[in-house]
Design a protein around this ligand. Structure first.
Ligand SMILES: [Zn+2]
Length: 114
């Protein structure tokens, strides 16, 4: 389950930043996860719940995940679509000019603490 090690890395990034800023309790962590990122948000949340346990810095923290659908756009004819089943060949004109506009995100958007 790679969400577990991923979540561990996220918490390490936040931990380093919190240490630099003198933050001793994190209240909220915000992430964006794209549907093409091969990350399953409920598994991330589950990993967060386990990793948070017994860790004073994250004991009161909540995790907010914004999920981004796959959005594609054809540069040849202007067709665009949204959804996990989006193809990489344009269904309108058949061109191999379809660009992924969103869905590949995997970012830590920020966190709050004191
Ligand atoms: Zn097209």
């Amino acid at each position: 389950m790679h969400e577990f090690s991923l979540m561990g890395e996220v918490l390490e990034v936040v931990r380093d930043s919190a240490r630099e800023q003198g933050i001793r309790r994190v209240h909220r962590i915000q992430m964006t996860v794209g549907a093409l990122g091969c990350v399953f948000p409920p598994a991330l949340e589950q990993a967060f719940g386990i990793l948070r346990d017994g860790d004073a810095l994250f004991a009161d923290a909540t995790l907010e995940i914004e999920e981004r659908p796959v959005r594609v756009h054809c540069n040849a004819c202007g067709w665009s679509a949204e959804g996990a089943d989006a193809r990489f060949l344009c269904v309108e004109c058949g061109a191999n000019a379809v660009e992924v506009m969103s869905g590949e995100e995997l970012t830590i958007d920020g966190y709050e603490g004191e």
